[in-house]
Design a protein. Sequence first.
Length: 335
Amino acid sequence: MHVVDSNEKKQPLEGERSVSTLPLPLQCEPSGAKLQREHEGLLESVLVEGAELQLRKFMVSGPGPVALYLHGIEGHSQWFANTAAVLNSQGISVYAPDRRGAGLNFFERGHVANEKVLIEDLEFFLKLIAERHPQSPLFLIGNCWGAKVATIVAAETHKWSTSGQKPQLAGLVLICPAIKTKPDLKFMQKLSIALALFSGKTALKEQIPIPLTTEMFTDNHIFLEYIEKDPLRLTSASKAFYFASFLLGLKSSGVAPSIKIPTLILQSDNDDIVDVPGIESWFSKIAHPDKTYKTFAGAAHSMDFDKRQFVDYARELAQWIERVGTNGRNRGAAQ
C-alpha cells in the first residue's frame, strides 16, 4: 500500500481557466519517427443536467466503430490523444469527455455530489454517441479510475436511470483498471470523510490530495515532465468525490459475472497503481466467453505514455475493436 503526501500539488482555482493547454508530446514509432497526429481533439461543450461539460472528439469519416473513452482520476481526455490518433488511422472514431470537475471542466474542481451523477453522465454520453452513429459498433473504454464507472454501466444488471433507449454496447475495454488498487488514503483522511457525511455539503466539498505521484504513471522522462507541468491535471478531490469513488469501487468489484459483452483488459506488468493479481482474479469472473487479458512487459501504469510498449498497446487496442466490431456486424447481417 502506498500513502503519499501530496499537499504541494497545485490546482486551478474554481472557475479559473488555465492560460493555455500544455501540448501533449508525440509518441514514437518503432523506427524512432514521431507519431503522426493531426490535432489533440476537437472540443465541444455539451450541456448535461445543467452543467456544461467539455467533450473532446477524434473523428474519422465513414461507418466504422466508435469508442467512448473515460479517463483516470488525475488525467483528462487530452492524455489519450496519441492513442486516439492510432485508432483514427484504423477507421475508429473516439469521443472523450472530461469528467465533471476535471480537465477542462473548472466548475467545482475535483467535486461531484454523488456516484449517481457520474453514472448518469456516462449514460448521457453513450446515448449521445449512439444517436449520432446509429450504424456504428459502439465501444466503451475505461482507463484507470474510469474503469469503475465503465464496468458498472456495461454490466447486464445495470438499471439505467436516464430516459430513452439504452444503447447496445459492442464491447468493453479496460486499460489498467483501478478497480483493485495499491495506493490509498491515510486512516485520518478516511475518518474525516466519514465525519463529513454527517456534517453537510460544506464539509463534503473540502479537498484531500489524491494519493498518487507522477512517477506512478510512467518512467518516460518526456511524459513525466508533461504530467508535472500539466495545468489541467487533477491533484485533489473533494470528500464527496472520494466517498462516491468508494461506492463505485465496491460496486465495480462485484459486477464481473454480469458483464456479458466482449471484454478486453490491457494491463501493464510494472503498475504502481493497479493491484494486478486482484484484477486478474476479477477478470476470471467475467461471464462472456469472448474475453481477452493482455499483459505488457515492463510497461508502467500509463501505457499511453510508455516508451517501450505504446505501439504494441495501441495496435492491440485497435485490432481488437476492429475484430469485435466486424464480428458484431456479421452477426447482425446474418439475422
